[in-house]
Every structure is written in structure tokens, then in C-alpha cells.
Design a protein. Structure first.
Length: 200
């Protein structure tokens, strides 16, 4: 197997801290978008992918580009992105305190009990895993109630949604948690970059 073929079988998830400096409003949103696209290009380069135009369907679901599926995410502090031959979903969230009402709305009592055994904040682990699966399946947040966390694994969580079972890989850091979901359970490699951002 040549190097390009072996890289194509992996999901290389690129995570980078945002470099926004003092940007606000629309300028901040644009910089976040540019930095997420830059992380996506880094993943494509590492994967041997040549991306063409990046387009989305009427439901805002990314369409394949030159045969490569892509997903990106951003939060107030980080961006994350990846490409893969099969559909995938990526989500990143900043570590933060969350109101109990939101936790109760997103996680069932059984899920909360299951997640508290893992040591990481239950809400962020559950939220990123479910969001990654929803993105991979092309569903919006309206599908959240159909996603159920059924098990914890050393590298992430097992999520079931609409009859699909996914082994979601997660990377936890001091400031953020990242999740990736794909139907083929491909090997995941993480690239945590100190800042690939577009600076003003």
C-alpha cells in the first residue's frame, strides 16, 4: 500500500486554537470561518486529498469535494476540521460551565450516570459525540433526541442514532474537547496545532 493510499484510510483531525486577537462581530465570524477552512486544508494536505469547491446542500450539509467528504467546526477558542473518503462529522467545544437545565435537556439520566464514570465533564463529552454523529449523518440538531449514548470506550463514546451505531473518537484537552464520527470507524490521527490562524 503506497503512502497516499494508507493516509486515505485514516481520518486526520486538525485542531487549532483560534488567533482572533481583537476581532468582533462579523469580522470575528469571518476570521473563524477562514481559520476553520485553513485547518480543513491542512487535513486535506495530510490526507493526500485534493479538494475542489466546498459546497453545502439546502440543509447546510457539506457535499463531497472531488470524492472527499469534509467537516469542520469552531467554538469561541478553537477550530477543528477533517476530510475522509466516507461521510464524517467533527465537533469541537470549549470547556465551560453549563447550566443544569441544558445538561438535563441534552443527556438522559442514564447517559449522565454513564458519563460521570469517565472522569471528563459529562455534558461536553456527550454533546460533542452526539453533534459529530448528527453531522456525519446529515441531520440537524432536531435529531438530537434520537441520539443515545450507549457505552464509554477508552478513546470516546458509542452513540446510536436512527439505527446507526457509531464509535465516536474524542480528544480532550485543558481548554476543549473534540469528537469525530464516521461510519467506517477509521483510525483517527490528531493534529493539535498551536495556531494556524489567519491573523489580521
Amino acid at each position: 500500500m503506497n503512502g497516499e493510499a494508507s493516509r486515505a484510510g485514516k481520518i486526520i483531525v486538525v485542531v487549532a486554537q483560534l488567533a482572533l486577537q481583537s476581532a468582533r462581530g462579523a469580522a470575528r465570524v469571518e476570521q473563524m470561518r477562514l481559520q476553520a477552512r485553513r485547518a480543513l486544508q491542512y487535513s486535506a494536505d495530510e490526507s493526500g486529498a485534493e479538494l475542489g469547491a466546498l459546497a453545502k446542500d439546502a440543509n447546510d450539509v457539506p457535499l463531497p469535494s472531488n470524492g472527499w467528504h469534509w467537516s469542520l467546526s469552531h467554538c469561541p477558542t478553537h477550530v477543528a476540521a477533517a476530510v475522509h473518503r466516507a461521510p464524517l462529522g467533527v465537533d469541537v467545544e470549549s470547556r465551560r460551565d453549563v447550566k443544569p437545565e441544558l445538561v438535563e435537556r441534552v443527556l438522559t439520566p442514564v447517559e449522565r450516570e454513564l458519563l460521570t464514570q469517565g472522569g471528563e465533564p459529562a455534558f461536553l463529552r456527550g454533546w460533542t459525540a452526539k453533534e459529530a454523529v448528527l453531522k456525519e449523518l446529515g441531520l440537524g440538531l432536531g435529531g438530537l433526541s434520537r441520539c443515545t449514548i450507549v457505552d464509554c470506550e477508552p478513546e470516546g463514546l458509542v452513540v446510536e442514532c436512527d439505527g446507526h451505531r457509531r464509535h465516536v473518537r474524542q480528544l480532550a484537552g485543558r481548554e476543549r474537547i473534540v469528537a469525530v464520527s464516521s461510519r467506517d470507524d477509521a483510525q483517527v490521527e490528531w493534529r493539535d496545532l498551536a495556531g494556524i490562524g489567519v491573523r489580521p
